[in-house]
Design a protein around this ligand. Sequence first.
Ligand SMILES: Cc1cc2nc3c(=O)[nH]c(=O)nc-3n(C[C@H](O)[C@H](O)[C@H](O)COP(=O)(O)OP(=O)(O)OC[C@H]3O[C@@H](n4cnc5c(N)ncnc54)[C@H](O)[C@@H]3O)c2cc1C
Length: 468
Amino acid sequence: MEPVIVVGGGLSGLSAAHSVLEHGGKVVLLDKKPALGGNSVKASSGINGAGTDTQARLNISDSSQSFYDDTTKSAGQLARSNLITALTSNSASAIEWLTKNFGVDLSLVSILGGHSVPRTHRGTGGAPGWAITSTLMKKLAVEEEGSDQRAKILKNSKVVKFLQTGNKVTGVEYEDGQGQTLKIQGPVVIATGGFGADFSSTGLIATHRPDLMQLPTVNGDHATGDGHVLVTSLSSDPGVLIDMDQVQVHPTGFIDPAQPDAKTKFLAAEALRGVGGLLLKKDGTRFVDEMEKRDIVTAKMWEVIQNGQGPVRLVLGLHAATELKTHCDFYVSKGLMKKFNNLQEVAEDIQIPLRDLQTTFTSHKSYASGQEKDPYGKTHFHNSDIHEEEPFLVALITPVVHYTMGGILVDEDAHVLDASGKPIPGLYASGEVIGGVHGKNRLGGSSLLEAVVFGRIAGKRAADYVTN
Ligand SMILES: Cc1cc2nc3c(=O)[nH]c(=O)nc-3n(C[C@H](O)[C@H](O)[C@H](O)COP(=O)(O)OP(=O)(O)OC[C@H]3O[C@@H](n4cnc5c(N)ncnc54)[C@H](O)[C@@H]3O)c2cc1C
C-alpha cells in the first residue's frame, strides 16, 4: 500500500497523519525543520469548540449554530458557508478527539474577542499550542516505533516539488539534510502553514500586502508559504490561491525593551485581554473595547500610534494576572512584562499623574458594574475589580503580522481545487495553508481548530483514496 505523504509537521500535519493511521493507511510526514511543531507550538490562547463537555460542565450554553453565526459575522463579505460549516460543526468532536484519544487537558474555557460566549479551550498547564501539538508529536513517534511500521517521520526534509501523472498528484520530491534530492510516491496532504514570515523582496507579503513589509511578525521563519507556491506551480491544472491580501495583523505583539526593533516578536496572548487586560494610550486613558475583534482593535491602535498618542500599554490587575499566571510568569521572566507593586509605581513609570490612572480604572469598574455605559461599547467585563494598592503587570505592545487568512482553494472535504473548481486527484490541504475559512478576519482560537478539523478530514480522504 502506498503511504499518504503529509508535508508539514505542525498541528494540521500531525492531525492528518493520525487520521490516516486511524483510517487504516500508512503515512510519511516530512518537515523541513529539524523539529516538528511549526507555529502550532506557539499558540497561546487556545482552541475553539462549541457544545463541548467542558462547556457543559461550566454551564456555558453554546451551539455550533452560534459559533457559525459569530464566524460568519467576523468573516464579513468573504464568508464561505461550506468551509465555516465544516469548521464549526466539527468543533466539539475535534475537542473530544484531542481530550479522549490523546488525553490533552482542555478543561478551562475563556471568551475571546468576537465570540458571543466562552468557547476557547485550554488546559491548566502551559501554552495550549505546545500542550496539544507536543502530545500528537509524541504519539506519532510512538506509532513510528510500532511493529506494523505504518508511520514514518522525516525531519530536515524540505518538499520542493509535487510529482504529477497527467493532472493527478502522485508524490513529492524533497531535499534531505545532506542536500540529496529524493522522491516518495503517494497522495499528498499539504500542511505547510502560512506565509507570515515571507518578507523576501519577491515573496508573498511583498506581492500581496506590500504595506505590511515593515511590520514585525510573531511567525516562525518556516512560515514562507511553500505550499502556496508548490500548488500553483503544478505542471498540469494547478491549484488556485484566494484572499491572499487578507493578512491578520494582531494588535498585541510585545515590544521587548531589550530589543525594541526586533523583526520577530513574542505574541501577547489574546487571552490577556480576555481575562481583563486593558489597553492604554500614553496618557493612561483607554481608546477601544478590549474585547473587540482583532481587526478593530488593530485599527484603533494604528490611529493612536499615528496620532502620536503611543506607545500603547497592556495593563493587567492582580486578578487577571493570577488567572493567567503561567503565561504571565513566562512573560515576566522574558522581560516582556514588568511587575509594579501598585498603581503609583505604574504612574511613575509612565510619567503621568496617578489620578489619571485612578480615573481610568474607577471608570472601567463603574462600566463593568453597569452603573455607567462604556463609551467604547464594551459589554464583556472580567476581573475589573482592580485596587490601586495591588500589584500590576504592564507591557509595551505593537501590531504584528500574525496569521494569513488567504491560501489554497479547497472544498469542505479538503480537496485542493483547480481553476475550474474540480478536485485535483491525489491532493489535499489543511491548516493555515488553506484559504477562505475565516474570510476577512479570523476569530481567536479558530486556527488550531482549523488545523485539527481540516487535518482530520484531509487524512481520512487521503487514506480512503489509497485504499479504494
Ligand atoms: C505566536 C502565535 C500564537 C498563536 N496563538 C493561537 C491560538 O491561541 N489559537 C489559535 O487557534 N491559533 C493561534 N495561532 C495560529 C496557529 O498557531 C497557526 O495558524 C496554526 O498552528 C497553523 O498550523 P499548521 O499546522 O497549519 O502550520 P504550522 O504549525 O505553522 O506548521 C507548518 C509546518 O510545515 C513545515 N513546512 C513548511 N514548508 C515545508 C516544506 N516545503 N517542506 C516540509 N515542511 C514544510 C514547517 O516547518 C512547519 O513545521 C497563533 C500563531 C502564532 C504565531
